[in-house]
Design a protein around this ligand. Structure first.
Ligand SMILES: *Cc1c(COP(=O)(O)O)cnc(C)c1O
Length: 338
């Protein structure tokens, strides 16, 4: 294992030894390979640079107690990337090629997967970009699919902590735009409102639905969930939300392991009183308990600004337990890197 301060890693770029790269040329994917160079050499006319023809994914590799390494639902990331590619007219990577690439790049960088118990994980960043000489608004003549990895620390050092968010007047995506695709353009649109929220002392923005601005859609770059006072798990549904794999995993666990009623439906920003707890979920955020939300002049506190609610904690422990191999995983959720 590399000599890093595993218990105190943040979420920042660290150059690791190998990355996977495959080229799409002449109408097909060429065989991918592992390379050491972390710099891409691409045409100045690449559509990824000018017209946002690119998408990405994010998932993690986890060190188990027995030393083995788990990937969490990589096939779901592969399928979501296929949907992003369809939306942006980019060539799809097969689920098999995607999962195989994840395994290869983690195996090659095995030394960068932190020790069990440190909370550190290896974050995988798959991305697919349009490249090659071009100038007009077109699809690219060539594409690159690549995956690099970075060791990242536990999101919460010293345990789960509630975080406050602020409702934004801006939208991250248009009503029939690319909100459901994991594309850089949505993120570019979120940088300015995100910065405003941070300047005012909040962790990030709450984005409302772009059509009516009355319903919660996303919490920064994570999905929202609420636990109602009668113990239902509710999460928003909308064509402009990014379908979080963590969110679908929590929907399953809440129902199948904790016997909760689960609902995907509308969550009105002026009806937060129905919730006893709320959280944000995603690969990077895992589960972030939401302390309070500022909406205009109104600051709504859910469970507490300092303590974590029991349901949020239970869901967190179940999910993380499965990811690190401590709890039994539903069929197909855990893929070993061998
Ligand atoms: C990636 C992402 C999420 C979280 O998805 P996971 O599959 O759970 O990691 C949520 N919202 C947005 C906008 C995202 O890009």
């Amino acid at each position: 294992m590399k000599d890093l301060d595993w218990n105190n890693l943040g979420f920042s770029y660290i150059k690791t030894d190998y990355r996977y790269i495959a080229y799409w040329k002449n109408g097909e994917w060429q065989k991918g390979e592992l390379v050491t160079d972390n710099v891409l050499h691409i045409s100045e006319g690449s559509t990824a640079l000018h017209y946002g023809q690119q998408c990405f994914e994010g998932l993690k590799a986890y060190r188990c107690k027995d030393g083995s390494i788990n990937l969490f639902r990589p096939d779901e990331n592969a399928k979501r990337m296929q949907r992003s590619c369809q939306r942006l007219l980019m060539p799809e990577v097969s689920v098999e090629m995607f999962v195989d690439a994840c395994k290869q790049v983690v195996k090659a960088n095995e030394q960068w997967v932190g020790p069990y118990g440190s909370g550190a994980t290896l974050y995988l960043r798959p991305f697919l970009i349009g490249v090659g000489d071009n100038i007009g608004v077109n699809t690219a003549p060539e594409y690159i699919f690549s995956i690099f990895v970075c060791p990242v620390g536990a999101y919460f050092k010293g345990g789960l902590k509630p975080t406050n968010f602020m409702v934004s007047n801006y939208d991250r995506a248009a009503p029939h735009g690319t909100g459901a695709a994991k594309v850089g353009g949505n993120y570019a649109a979120s940088l300015y409102p995100g910065k405003k929220a941070k300047t005012q002392g909040y962790a990030d923005c709450i984005y409302l639905d772009p059509t009516t601005h009355t319903k919660i859609e996303e919490v920064g770059s994570a999905n929202f969930f609420g636990i109602t006072k009668d113990n239902k798990f509710i999460t928003p549904i909308s064509p402009s939300i990014l379908p979080s794999i963590t969110k679908y995993s929590l929907l399953y666990l809440a129902k199948e392991r904790f016997g909760m009623e689960t609902i995907e439906g509308d969550i009105y920003i002026n009806q937060l009183d129905q919730f006893s707890e709320a959280g944000a979920c995603g690969t990077a955020a895992v589960i972030t308990p939401i302390g309070g939300i500022l909406n205009g002049d109104d600051f709504h506190v859910f469970y507490s600004e300092t303590d974590v609610g029991p349901v949020t904690r239970q869901l967190y422990e179940e999910l993380v337990g499965i990811q690190f191999g401590d709890k039994p995983a539903p069929e197909g959720w855990v893929v070993k890197v061998e």
